[in-house]
Design a protein around this ligand. Structure first.
Ligand code: ADE
Length: 227
C-alpha cells in the first residue's frame, strides 16, 4: 500500500511511521508513506496556503489552489482508491473502516488546519471524510497518524502472527479479554488459573466470557449491535 499525506506541518509526521510495526511494514515494502509539504504549493512569495473566510468570522481557511495543485501532482503519478480528508465532522473511524481501507492500494490523506479546507475541495476532490473521535485536534496530522497505524497493521503480512489482529478489541465488536504474562505470581498477584490449565477449550470460553463481561460494563452499545 502507498499512502500520501498532504500537510502544512509535515514535521508533525516525522517519526510515527519509523518504529515498531509500521517500520517493519515499510522495510518489507508492504507500506510506503510519503508526507508532502503543502507549503511547497503555496501562492506567491509567502507561499500562502490559507486565507480569510468569506462571510467573515474568526479563523483562516485552507485555499483551493495549493491543495488542487498538490493533489494533481500526486494524481499524475498514481490512481487513488480514496482521497481522505481528516476532519472532526467526518465519519467516525471504526475498525470495519480500517479493515476495508487496509485492502486498498493507494490513499491520499489530507490534514486540515485552522478552520479547515475550502468546502469546494471537499465537494469536488475528497471521496471520504474521517474523524478519529468527537474532540477537536489542532490539525489533522495526528488523526492521519492514527489512521495510518490502524490501517497499516492490518495490511496482509504486516503482523507476524496473522491471527493476532483478529483477536483485537472491536474486531468482532467485543472488547478484548485481559492478558497476562510471566511470572504467574507477582508479589501475590496471581494469573487466573484457567490460563495456566493448558485446557484450550476452557481458556477460549473464559476469554469469551471476559470479553462479553468487559463489553457489558464499558460499551453496552457494542453488545446491542452484537446480539
Ligand atoms: N482534525 C481535528 N480534529 C480531528 C478529529 N477529531 N479527527 C480527525 N481530524 C481532525
Amino acid at each position: 500500500m502507498h499512502i500520501d499525506i498532504i500537510s502544512v506541518v509535515p514535521k508533525l509526521l516525522q517519526g510515527p511511521f519509523d518504529h515498531s510495526i509500521l517500520k517493519r511494514a515499510s522495510e518489507q515494502s508492504l507500506l510506503e508513506v510519503r508526507v508532502h509539504d503543502l507549503r511547497a504549493y503555496g501562492i506567491g512569495v509567502h507561499k500562502q496556503v490559507d486565507d480569510y473566510q468569506f462571510g467573515g468570522g474568526a479563523g483562516m481557511v485552507m485555499m483551493m489552489e495549493p491543495l488542487v495543485n498538490c493533489l494533481e501532482q500526486l494524481k499524475s503519478q498514481r490512481n487513488y482508491d480514496e482521497i481522505i480528508y481528516l476532519s472532526p465532522d467526518g465519519l467516525t473511524l471504526q475498525q470495519s473502516m480500517a479493515n476495508r481501507l487496509s485492502l486498498k492500494e493507494n490513499l491520499v490523506l489530507i490534514c486540515g488546519h485552522y478552520k479547515g479546507i475550502d468546502q469546494r475541495f471537499r465537494d469536488h476532490y475528497v471521496t471520504m471524510e474521517i474523524s478519529i473521535g468527537d474532540y477537536v485536534l489542532s490539525g489533522g496530522e495526528l488523526a492521519a497518524a492514527v489512521l495510518v497505524d490502524a490501517i497499516g497493521r492490518l495490511i496482509p503480512g504486516v503482523l507476524n502472527d496473522e491471527t493476532s489482529a483478529l483477536t483485537d478489541s472491536f474486531q468482532d465488536k467485543l472488547l478484548a479479554p485481559p492478558v497476562y504474562t510471566r511470572p504467574a505470581n507477582f508479589n501475590g498477584m496471581e494469573v487466573p488459573s484457567v490460563l495456566l490449565s493448558g485446557h484450550q477449550k476452557n481458556i477460549d470460553d473464559w476469554r469469551y466470557e471476559q470479553s462479553i463481561e468487559k463489553t457489558k460494563q464499558r460499551r453496552p452499545d457494542l453488545l446491542q449491535q452484537y446480539e
